[in-house]
Design a protein around this ligand. Structure first.
Ligand code: KG4
Ligand code: ZN
Length: 346
């Protein structure tokens, strides 16, 4: 049977995405990022759902146009069912249901975290090696921190996850404490480049097993700022185009603590589960120290490292379409009565 065309919609947080896939091959992958949250220093759920409402129709139009298809040529409509923000998920869910109903094609519900873990398998014409099953995926973003044991496309279990903040929040909240703009992760990364990661010491949070916790790290930064007046003074007013060494060292030290903590758990988990292929996913995988240390540690231990192209690391609809491809092939169709699952259901 020839490959089928799937339109996938992603609206779990603050990106409105639509993609068209033919089998595993991506024909278009459109994203509208919501700028409205920047001045609030974080995603405002109410504003996110409104922005999805205004973006979804143009984004879907563009995805179809770029794929060179009309709606009648679609074989299925997929959407992110969760986890995510309830109001945001509602927009994509309702839109997908209406479209599937109007076209008389199957509706497919996709778990956002399953999609992140499988994003490596998207085909876009670029030759790329993919991991062998089973593998371990560390998904780190503004909303998630999860170690996923992937045995097959439909057989995934969570080996560990954060019990409070996500890794991206650990960067963004730290940046906010330091007076940097939102999202602070990319800024910390940039300014850490020429910093001394050993200048400041932050303790590693202690959580049993392969779970993570980042809230204590934020508190230790808060205490450092409270107790170090000279540091506070420097942070109050410095040249953003050329930060002083102290700021660079602080960024490097904090970043390295997060990276070491993430990777110590990841490699311990891989050893315990006897996994040889390791993947990285989510927006925080853009972090240069994380990418560097992840690859270096894999090489040193004789393991294989896989990082999807950045467009498939951050929230996107192509990864939703990929999971939908597997589900459609397995006959796993959603019902029109299905509702969003903000907490996600594995
Ligand atoms: O997957 P993503 O684009 O979206 C959501 O989580 O919704 O991830 C965004 C997160 C933000 O917390 C941002 O600060 C973080 O990824 N991030 C980074 C870097 N680039 C993005 N964190 C550290 N270093 C980076 N280079
Ligand atoms: Zn995500």
């Amino acid at each position: 049977m020839s490959e089928r065309f799937i339109l996938a919609i992603e609206s779990s947080c603050d990106e409105t995405g639509a993609a068209v896939l033919c089998g595993r091959r991506v024909l278009s992958n459109v994203i509208a990022t919501q700028k409205v949250h920047e001045k609030y220093g974080g995603v405002v759920p109410e504003l996110a759902s409104r922005a999805h409402q205004s973006h979804i129709v143009p984004v879907v139009h563009q995805a179809l146009a770029e794929a060179g298809l009309t709606p009648r040529q679609l074989d299925a409509i997929a959407f992110t069912r969760g986890p995510g923000l309830m109001g945001s998920l509602h927009v994509g869910t309702s839109f997908a249901k209406s479209m599937a109903m109007a076209l008389g094609v199957p509706l497919i519900a996709v778990h956002h975290m399953q999609a992140h873990a499988l994003a490596l398998f998207i085909e876009d014409g670029q030759p790329r090696e993919v991991p062998s099953y089973p593998f371990l995926c560390l998904t780190v973003s503004g909303g998630h921190t999860q170690l996923v044991h992937v045995r097959a496309p439909s057989d995934l279990t969570i080996a560990g996850q954060t019990i409070d903040d996500a890794a991206g929040e650990a960067f963004d909240k730290a940046a906010k404490l330091l007076g940097f703009d939102y999202p602070g992760g990319p800024l910390i990364d940039r300014w850490a480049q020429d910093g001394d990661a050993r200048r400041f010491h932050f303790p590693h949070p202690r959580v049993p097993g392969f779970d993570f916790s980042f809230s204590g790290l934020k508190t230790s930064l808060l205490y450092l700022l409270r107790d170090d007046e000279a540091l506070r003074r420097v942070l109050t007013d410095f040249d953003r185009s050329d930060p002083p060494q102290l700021v660079r060292d602080l960024c490097a030290s904090y970043q390295q603590t997060v990276v070491d903590y993430l990777l110590d758990k990841t490699f311990a988990c891989a050893a315990q589960l006897d996994l040889r292929d390791l993947a990285l996913a989510g927006g925080v995988s853009a972090n240069s120290a994380l990418r560097r240390d992840f690859s270096e540690r894999c090489t040193r231990q004789g393991l294989r490292a896989f990082i999807p192209p950045f467009a498939y690391c951050t929230d996107n609809a192509a990864m939703i379409g990929l999971v939908a491809h597997y589900k459609l092939a397995a006959g796993e169709v959603a019902a029109l009565t299905d509702v969003p699952e903000p907490r996600g259901l594995w």
